[in-house]
Design a protein around this ligand. Structure first.
Ligand code: C5P
Length: 251
């Protein structure tokens, strides 16, 4: 899968809808109607309501859906999980890229087999999650024995080797991935995005939407700044419009 070209800034935005119930998700979706953003649905809603309902919900709003499944397991289980989520026909799903190469290859195989066996019209984009944007340098060192930048490059090059379409990383690491020939063509999806007017919350490695795009991000995952915007910004829709305005300035 090659890198996308965007006909509007809205298409870069993936709104993280981190709620348990469809009724809550619908409130957010109603407010964001027809903006053209992608819905990134977390395990919270996928677990409580089921992925089938989550996909149907996004389709009901004409939105693309990213199922943030974050699969991490032995290769056989990753393959079966990738196959199962592919049957639900999301636009994107992901696996943890801090796994062995065999497990990442298994995700690609599981998806390919599901597309063939069930004659699906399209293949979802498979992303590998590198180092979570909530993990700071000290924690990365403690968990992985190295700084986030080195680990992100290592996990992303494994993802590329396995045939994944892209990775999830911090926009701080995007420049590194774009300048390494093993990872330069990956689709880069970046959470940890905070407009200058938003609170950082629990994110440790944050960057503004415009800086992320300047660095080379393709898609921006943005949750709380949109779903719980500061009072003076207004509604989730107002927050998205403000972010679009900021992105439209980037040329
Ligand atoms: O509210 P906020 O903008 O921090 O939401 C970020 C979203 O991106 C959350 O749904 C979180 O699970 C997800 N995510 C992340 N860091 C990653 C991968 C996914 O924050 N590396």
């Amino acid at each position: 899968m090659s890198r996308p070209t965007f006909t509007s800034s809205a298409k870069r935005i993936m709104v993280a809808i981190d709620v348990d119930e469809l009724s809550e998700a619908k409130k957010i979706a109603e407010n964001l109607k027809d903006l053209g953003v992608t819905f990134k649905i977390g395990n919270q809603l996928g677990t409580y309501e089921g992925w089938q309902k989550a996909v149907e919900f996004a389709r009901q709003y004409g939105a693309q859906i990213f199922c943030d499944t974050k699969f991490k397991d032995i290769p056989n289980t990753v393959e079966k999980s990738a196959r199962a989520i592919t049957r639900r026909q999301p636009d994107f799903f992901n696996v943890m890229a801090d796994n062995n190469l065999a497990a990442l290859v298994a995700a690609v195989d599981g998806t390919k087999n599901a597309v063939e066996d069930f004659s699906l019209a399209s293949k979802p984009i498979i992303l590998g999650v590198t180092v979570l944007t909530s993990i700071n340098s000290e924690e990365s060192d403690q968990i992985y024995g190295d700084d986030p930048a080195s680990k992100v490059l290592q996990f992303a090059s494994n993802a590329a080797k396995a045939g994944l379409d892209g990775v999830v990383c911090s926009a701080e690491e995007v420049t590194i991935l774009r300048s390494d020939k093993r990872t330069s063509n990956l689709i880069l999806v970046t959470p940890g995005i905070r407009p200058s007017w938003a609170a950082p919350n629990d994110q440790a490695r944050i960057i503004t939407p415009s800086q992320a795009v300047k660095n080379g991000s393709d898609y921006l995952v943005i949750g709380r700044p949109i779903t719980q915007p500061p009072k003076d910004i207004g509604s989730p829709r107002d927050a998205v419009l403000k972010i679009i305005e900021e992105l439209d300035q980037v040329k």
